[in-house]
Design a binder for this molecule. Structure first.
Ligand code: 5RP
Length: 217
């Protein structure tokens, strides 16, 4: 069922794509549906900045011109999904491991449009483990620091990010003060990016449920 909802919300998101612009594009299965849908309006956009090798490959297949973020100083919109998003539009991202590029590209974008199926729209963040991208030699050090914070870190086995780094998935963290948590984890040496998006949260959320479709600002 969630695949159908992901596809629906992805198709709906086309309405938010401005003409004659370069758009920022996230990663994951929901975004895969969005890229499929983008095929129908590909001549009305100038191109895309992609957040992962996988998304770049899908975009290339449908002949969408790819830009390097360094060629661009601002983007009108960034479209991506999330692993969890709360009512304040703060998110946990990085289930697919592309969190670093996602955070960078969304930071350059005026508007972050998040598209999810209803299972990801939550009252409280934290059922989904928090992904953190780390420099490989810092794996054990960062894990020890996360234990001190009350978390249960788990190295994502057999996974290397597009940047050549590792991912630690952290269970049982307390998300009562998301900004404080994001800042604290960002400050641990060896952490490249934490998949908590509380500073660069979404601006618009599209949620597709079995019985409803919601837009949250
Ligand atoms: C990838 C992400 C994705 O947005 C997140 O994992 C959701 O993925 P999916 O659409 O496959 O459920 O943050 O790093």
């Amino acid at each position: 069922m969630s695949e159908i909802l992901k596809k629906k919300v992805a198709e709906h998101a086309l309405k938010y794509v401005p003409k004659d612009t370069i758009i920022g594009i996230g990663s994951g299965t929901t975004i895969r549906y969005f890229i499929e849908a983008l095929k129908s309006i590909r001549f009305s956009i100038l191109g895309a900045v992609s957040s992962s090798v996988k998304s770049s490959n899908f975009l290339k297949r449908i002949n969408i011109k790819l830009y390097n973020l360094n060629e661009i100083s601002k983007l009108e919109i960034y479209i991506d999904s999330a692993d969890e998003i709360n009512h304040n539009l703060e998110m946990i991202k990085g289930g697919g491991g592309a969190l670093t590029q996602e955070k960078i590209i969304s930071s350059v974008s005026k508007k972050f449009i998040c598209i999810v199926d209803e299972s990801k729209f939550v009252k409280k963040l934290g059922s989904f483990p928090l992904p953190i991208e780390v420099i490989p030699i810092s794996l054990n050090y960062v894990s020890r620091e996360l234990i001190k914070l009350g978390g249960h870190p788990k190295h994502r086995k057999n996974f290397v990010t597009d940047n050549g780094n590792f991912i630690i998935d952290v269970f049982h963290l307390n998300f009562d003060f998301p900004k404080k948590l994001e800042k604290f984890i960002n400050n641990i040496s060896g952490v490249v990016t934490v998949g908590l998006f509380s500073f660069r949260k979404a601006d618009v959320l599209l949620v597709c449920g079995r019985k409803y479709f919601k837009v949250v600002y």
